[in-house]
Design a protein around this ligand. Structure first.
Ligand code: ZN
Ligand code: ZN
Length: 677
């Protein structure tokens, strides 16, 4: 037998000549045993093949999980994979996001091992890694109980303890299918049939007695699944079809260290504590009524107060920045949206049309066409530009019922919308003015964590986007130049553009790190040409304006939901629905309570006085549960001195102070939009 030699290129550029069949683990060990111990998998790029553009990193798509055909580009392989061709080799350590996916998928195998040991009648579906952990789909007639889940978790710990090596094995496809068929493993039969070809060798992974149809890669042994937890269970129909058997999907999560797992569980607890749907109820901010319909929340007085404050705040700020506010109707003729292109590109997200006697109407999904008609209401000259038309515009979008959630995903929403009509050479300055507005608003609202995303079209999806390459290229260039000139870091997201042009999205992350778009700026050449917009330029000729669509504080619904979660319901003084709670110690002090209330209200503060015949401490507790910033307590002593005893949220009892002094302090904090009390 001739001993063939291959060259393995390492990330530092060095090349090792090794015997064919050498494994990444052996190479790691030859460098240092510590490196070997720290490596999870290897990233391999064949050197003689055609390198593919994308790194095969995900284990999330089914095709990736099962295909036996390896891509020519970089791919993850087990540390025990025999290397057979010249390749570039990178040892992937625990801090690589790909490594986390590998350990999570390995944890899914450990879970399936535990389930089969405890409940051998169970049939296996599949078990991919997800962004937050992993799941495995099981078919078993009896539902798993919470006790079963606890037992599964215990058994998983045992399997980890056993430190069984994950071993890759191959079997002819026909033999594998025969076995799965015989055992009634209908889901495995399906996956093998779908993802392999006749004549293929099918890949399996074995740990102990457990074998699963899988392409890998995996960590070297179950012992490397160090921090794992069973999280929850839910039902799912096989292949998403309700005529099929119902599966039980058990979710889990896994990390490389107990500390990471603990942090993650803490974040989940924190997210629950901040959940705007829960707080919305507890703090009486909004409610959703079955009788009104899903995705159509009702704003209760306290929530409505927050919304009104946000609205007044942004309208004021926009006036200072030269915006003019308008009111336009919530609906329009369908023809308007045919002309704008919404009908062709955005139809699926709109509500159905309403047939009137002579007109066909539809609820508006966006405010742009109405504002274009405002622009068109009179002839425009270059001297008028930029024209900034703004509105708290209410719009309607047919969000599917499955995605509706509290205030954050709704079907009727009011957007802090505006359209800037300007000449092409004004784009950059207007863009930068919008950015200033965003930064000012975020600062005032206490929003500090955000990132920029340049959203581009998906070139393959011709239906979703206006077909005009020249316009897209121009829009993209303008946005990039504006971003670069402001020195803003951003990442690109193909497939996230508006149908009429690219946009800059400002992304806010929640406690769990999930990002959503809250503010957008879009440069649009399409709608102005669709509507034949014009202005008279200095040369007396008719020119076409450019349109900038922008929203600063998102929809009132979404921003309110974000702020509820950001502050966990404990709003800064200027946004708190009730700023001051009054607690007279006994009925004797009712007259003084009235006087304090009137003084504070006259100064513009929002005050609630608790006149119930309750114990003082109960009243204080109720205000505290409502996260009221200040609670003022008073009895004989305070009445005689014209003072109040102040309890500050988060700081406790601050002692007595003259009413006037308290008032001056509170007014100052409101005026400065202070985040501190
Ligand atoms: Zn697997
Ligand atoms: Zn618009």
């Amino acid at each position: 037998m001739s001993q063939q030699t291959i060259s393995i290129q390492l990330p530092d550029g060095s090349v090792r000549e090794v015997a064919a069949g050498t494994t990444p683990l052996e190479i790691a060990n030859s460098i240092s045993p510590r490196l070997a111990a720290a490596s999870v998998v290897a990233r391999l790029t064949p050197l003689n093949g055609t390198p593919a553009a994308s790194a095969a990193s995900g284990l999330q798509s089914e095709a990736e999980m099962y295909s036996t055909q390896d891509a020519a580009g970089p791919r993850l392989v087990d540390l025990s994979t025999p290397l057979t061709t010249d390749a570039r080799l990178e040892l992937v350590k625990e801090n690589d996001p790909d490594a986390l996916k590998v350990v999570r998928h390995s944890a899914a195998h450990v879970m399936a091992t535990a389930v089969l040991e405890l409940f051998p009648e169970t049939k296996l579906g599949h078990g991919p890694a997800t962004d937050s952990g992993f799941f495995y789909d099981f078919y078993r007639e009896k539902p798993f109980t919470p006790e079963d889940l606890a037992e599964i978790q215990e058994r998983m710990f045992e399997i980890v303890e056993r430190d069984e090596p994950f071993v890759r094995e191959y079997e002819p496809r026909e033999k594998a299918l025969e076995k799965f068929d015989h055992d009634g493993d209908f889901m495995k039969t399906h996956f093998v049939t779908k993802f392999t070809q006749p004549g293929d060798e099918v890949s399996f992974y074995r740990n102990g007695k457990f074998v699963d149809f899988c392409r890998g890669p995996h960590v070297s042994s179950t012992g490397r699944v160090k921090a794992v937890k069973v999280m929850s269970i839910s039902g799912a129909y096989w292949l998403g079809n309700e005529k099929n058997p119902q599966l039980q999907r058990i979710y889990g999560t896994a990390f490389f260290s107990a500390k990471d797992l603990e942090d993650y569980l803490e974040r989940i607890e924190d997210a629950k504590r901040r959940d705007h749907r829960r707080l919305g109820k507890e703090l009486e901010l909004f409610t959703v009524s079955e009788e009104v319909g899903a995705g159509l929340p009702l704003w209760l007085p306290k929530g409505a107060t927050i919304r009104r404050l946000l609205e007044e705040y942004i309208l004021d700020l926009e006036r200072k920045f030269g915006y003019e506010h308008v009111y336009t109707p919530d609906l329009a003729k369908v023809d308007l949206y045919v002309r704008s292109g919404h009908w062709a590109h955005y139809h699926e997200d709109m509500f159905p049309t309403m047939d009137l006697e002579t007109e066909k109407m539809v609820l508006r999904p966006m405010n742009c066409p109405h504002h274009i008609l405002v622009y068109e209401a009179k002839p425009r000259s270059y001297r008028d530009l930029p024209i900034k038309i703004a509105e708290l515009g209410t719009m309607y979008r047919y969000e599917r019922s499955g995605v509706l959630s509290g205030l954050s995903r709704v079907r009727c929403m009011t957007l802090n919308d505006a359209h800037i009509f300007c000449s092409p050479d004004q784009i950059r300055e207007e863009f930068s003015n919008v950015m200033k507005l965003v930064e000012k608003a975020y600062r005032d609202l206490g929003i500090t964590k955000y990132s920029y995303r340049l959203s581009l079209r998906d070139k393959a999806n011709r239906e979703k986007y206006v077909d005009n390459d020249e316009m897209w290229t121009l829009g993209e260039r303008v946005l990039r130049e504006a971003l670069d000139s402001l020195g803003l870091p951003y990442r690109e997201a193909p497939g996230e553009a508006a149908f009429y042009g690219p946009k800059l999205d400002i992304q806010l992350a929640d406690v769990m790190g999930h990002e959503e778009t809250y503010s957008t700026i879009q440069v649009d050449f399409h709608l102005p040409s669709q509507f034949g917009l014009e202005y008279t330029a200095a040369d007396g000729m008719r020119h076409r304006p450019v349109m900038i669509h922008r929203a600063i504080i998102s929809t009132m619904e979404r921003m309110t939901s974000y702020l509820i979660e950001l502050y966990a319901g404990a709003f800064p003084l200027w946004l708190a629905p009730v700023q001051v709670g009054l607690v007279p110690i006994s009925e004797r002090h009712a007259a003084y309570a009235k006087k304090v209330e009137a003084t504070l209200k006259d100064a513009g503060l929002r005050v609630e006085s608790d006149q119930r015949n309750e114990k003082m401490n109960a009243k204080i507790r109720d205000f505290a549960n409502q996260k009221t910033p200040y609670i003022l307590v008073f009895g004989d002593k305070e009445e005689a001195a014209g003072s109040v005893s102040v309890r500050t949220r988060g700081k406790g009892d601050q002692g007595s102070m003259p009413l006037d002094a308290f008032l001056a302090k509170a007014k100052g904090l409101v005026a400065n939009k202070s985040l501190e009390l």
